[in-house]
Write a protein that binds this ligand. Sequence first.
Ligand code: NAD
Ligand code: UDP
Length: 323
Amino acid sequence: MKRAIVSGAAGFVGSHMCDRLLAEGIAVLALDNLLTGVERNIEHLRGHPDFEFRLQDVTLPFEVDSPADFVIHMASPASPRDYLMYPIETLDVGSLGTRQMLELAQRKSAKFLLTSTSETYGDPSVHPQVETYWGNVNPVGPRSCYDESKRFAEALTMAYHRHRGVRTSIARIFNTYGPRMKLNDGRVVPAFMDQALKGEPITIFGDGSQTRSFCYVSDMVDGLYRLLLSSEEYPVNLGNPREMTIGEFAAAILELTGSHGGVVHHDLPEDDPKQRRPDITKARRVLAWSPVVTLEEGMRRTVEYFRAVQPRGDADVPAEASV
Ligand code: NAD
Ligand code: UDP
């Protein structure tokens, strides 16, 4: 049986990745320090014979006795609210954490996968973003703790590939949403859904003309899994190319939830990217991958999840809701 070591496994995307690996017959050692993730996300896997959870900060040295075929480094705060709250931890996990995970991959002769981000493009001047674009990142702005941490992680991954012979792949993930996002993590999908379900005004930052492209989590995990099995060593964009303005997205949420709360405008955060849409030509070509879940269907599934968790706050998710 093949074995994977997954950091950030108790997070939103990481927990879905664990589900997919187990479904593919791959045993999982899940590592997480629960900085921004919650054990609830992997509770349904407890007792699974091929799943083990270890509370581990991956910025610190650690050893794994068993062999491994795959090392998947997903640990990192990912929502702007989280990484602004934990800037030093974010820089550490992208640098020291990536180093520990790469060393582990080298010791185990395992394939290494890094989950990088569209934030490596910063506030992009090339649109849509293609992997060969080098980006437009403010190295000293508030978001730099995340952007530069991921850019460093990519550079370190390439160095281990070139100089240590580690087999590596890099995913540049664009905005992903779905069940198990935290209601209060500040990202636009849970924030808007939470507000709409409570009948409160939706908080649009700025005039709402900035754009994003939203990918449903099962599509994302399918792309990550294909990349894990591929021999592509240069970054690959993974995301849904359907782009919309945040104003349009707010209107869609109001309609979906039947909320009459309306919208309210707040200041746009510093360095908030004005436009974002992945060019996924490369993923289509090298992974034969493209998203299949429509925004309407993905949002319907996500609202269902949030409806189930919201009355109890963020603390107690019924099993049937933890899709
Ligand atoms: P998340 O916050 O839900 O999950 C991240 C997990 O990493 C959490 O469980 C957290 O506790 C863990 N973690 C953080 N520091 C750690 C450390 N030092 N040691 C061990 N565990 C640690 O975020 P997510 O949305 O699931 O993101 C997962 C990955 O995907 C991240 O690397 C993120 O940068 C990347 N990504 C996500 C998105 C998205 O839209 N969700 C977009 C781009 C990139
Ligand atoms: N946003 C918003 N209201 C909110 C939360 C976010 O208008 O309550 C905007 C934010 O300014 C950004 C977009 O929605 O332009 C996506 O934000 P998110 O935090 O989800 O992720 P980002 O893509 O910025 O990393």
